[in-house]
Write a protein that binds this ligand. Structure first.
Ligand code: ADP
Ligand code: GLC
Length: 479
């Protein structure tokens, strides 16, 4: 597997979580899995196992490959090229990418493939992720098309987010060692530019995305971000596989960030977490505050996550009978909105702008309700963590959220959360009020919690699906 993130070494969002857990799950399913990612600043894990010169376009460098073991016999390889990867940020400052990103991820792809060639590694499947991995299938089709092993490998490409398309100006082609004939409509060209994501989609043997519902949505004009036609034309090779969650990292019975363990059989430890969370944020934590529902949110503060719905409700949220515990970073307009709300209502609304793994766990455990009103959501992991932690998710019926949360229905025994349809502030606030009312019905709430906690969200279920995809990628070859 080749990707730009893998937890715990590098993570900005769900991609890191997935690549931190999927290799081990594939190992348990009988595959010999390796994930290759850049050796970013601060990563001192592993030992050097290879070193070689590499040229990409006019860029000459020396690559070191570092190896570190992962769980269940899987391993991580880090591509060391300080000029490319020893930088302050993983992608770039703020929400933008460093201007030489195409070269950075070309170096990642080429270094990974070169290491396999040099070591005669009998690669059966190459699995690349998101636009940063988009060049991998392209290089396999061009530079490595005559290689005895790599040319026969099955090629799988996973879209974690179609909205990030890896746009590049065409004059980058020679700088990435790519021939000009790739500047065509059935290859990387798209309305006069180059998309590295498209390169991955059209050159892979099998394309997956991270939930069945998102796989359907991206083949429609409203969900396809311009790529729906391309995806429809590849429909017979496109499959949605729901992500799992790392059941070791996210286990309320053994979570190092929680003050007390708990499980579906005894959720009392959850109250201890709520108290700790209220205190951590400096919110009121007396009996009245403990009885009041606490709404959690851990998110990138961007349009995708429905932050502008919340912005439209900013005047109303503080008057709900609920507290808020919010953690995230992103667009300054949303950060400022939350900071203002917190400073106006310091006893009820707690906000941390920043990235804090431990606090994310405490919010998942200590909140009563978890809010995820996404505009679109390829899969979403936080709602699954919420389910596992007995924190009832309130989500919009879109992408992976639709696939993982069942709307509350008092007459049914399998509901796990609250789901709204329309992307409007009225739909959100109406559903939120309904959820807060339901919270007072302790039995109904407890049933929602336990239903969620008992769901099978494991990676092993997803890994079985990936095994089938790997097998078809090998048997069907690339298009
Ligand atoms: P996305 O990848 O689109 O951001 P996901 O729900 O798939 O959304 O995954 C987000 C992951 O990143 C989760 O593990 C979540 O806990 C984590 N995360 C997001 N923002 C923060 C933050 N500010 N601090 C800590 N963890 C965060
Ligand atoms: C992307 C998506 C998110 C998904 C994650 C992991 O970041 O936005 O929905 O869960 O990738 O696949």
């Amino acid at each position: 597997m080749i990707a730009s993130e893998a937890a715990p070494f590098a993570k900005t969002g769900g991609l890191g979580d997935v690549l931190g857990a999927l290799p081990a799950a594939m190992s348990r399913a009988g595959w010999d899995a390796t994930v290759v990612l850049p050796r970013y600043r601060g990563n001192t894990a592993g030992r050097e196992i290879d070193r070689f010169p590499l040229r990409v376009g006019g860029y000459s460098t020396e690559i070191g490959i570092f190896e570190a073991p992962l769980a269940d016999g899987a391993r991580a390889l880090f591509v060391d090229d300080p000029r490319m990867f020893d930088r302050e940020f993983i992608y770039g400052e703020g929400t933008g990418d460093y201007p030489d990103s195409p070269l950075r991820f070309a170096v990642l792809a080429r270094a990974a493939l070169e290491h396999a060639v040099r070591g005669n590694i009998p690669v059966t499947v190459v699995h690349a992720h998101d636009w940063q991995g988009g060049l991998v299938p392209v290089y396999l089709k061009t530079l490595y098309s005559g290689h005895p092993v790599l040319s026969r490998a099955g090629v799988v490409f996973t879209i974690h987010n179609l909205a990030y398309q890896g746009w590049v100006d065409p004059d980058w082609l020679p700088r990435l060692d790519l021939p000009w004939h790739l500047y065509s409509i059935d290859q990387l060209e798209f309305y006069g530019r180059i998309s590295l994501l498209k390169g991955g989609i059209v050159n892979a043997g099998m394309v997956t995305t991270v939930s069945p519902q998102y796989a359907r949505e991206i083949q429609t004009p409203s969900g396809g971000v311009g790529f729906d036609g391309i995806l429809r034309s590849r429909g017979d090779r496109l499959v949605g596989i729901l992500n799992g969650i790392d059941a070791v990292e996210w286990d309320p019975m053994a979570d190092r960030f929680l003050p007390a363990p708990y499980s579906a059989d005894d959720v009392s430890g959850k109250r201890v977490a709520k108290k700790a969370l209220l205190e951590r944020y400096g919110l009121a934590s007396d009996d009245a505050a403990m009885e009041r529902p606490l709404i959690g949110m851990v998110t990138r503060m961007v349009d995708q996550k429905g932050l502008n719905l919340i912005e439209q409700l900013a005047g109303e949220l503080p008057w709900l009978d609920a507290g808020f515990a919010v953690l995230g970073t992103g667009e300054s307009r949303y950060q400022d909105m939350w900071r203002d709300l917190a400073s106006q209502h310091p006893w009820k609304i707690g906000v941390r702008i920043g990235f804090d793994e431990g606090l994310a766990h405490l919010i998942e455990a200590g909140s009563d309700l978890f809010l995820m009103p996404s505009l679109f959501e390829p899969c979403g992991l936080n709602q699954m963590y919420s389910l596992r932690y007995g924190t009832v998710p309130l989500v919009r019926r879109v992408g992976g959220l639709a696939d993982t949360v069942t709307n509350f229905d008092p007459s049914r025994s399998d509901s796990t959360g609250f789901v709204f349809d329309d992307f409007t502030p009225w739909a959100l606030i109406g559903t939120l009020r309904w959820a807060l009312d339901t919270y007072r019905d302790k039995d109904a709430w407890h049933r929602l919690q336990v239903n969620g906690m008992r769901q099978d969200l494991s990676w092993d279920r997803s890994a079985r699906e990936y095994v089938k995809i790997y097998e078809s990628a090998v048997s069907r070859g690339t298009p």
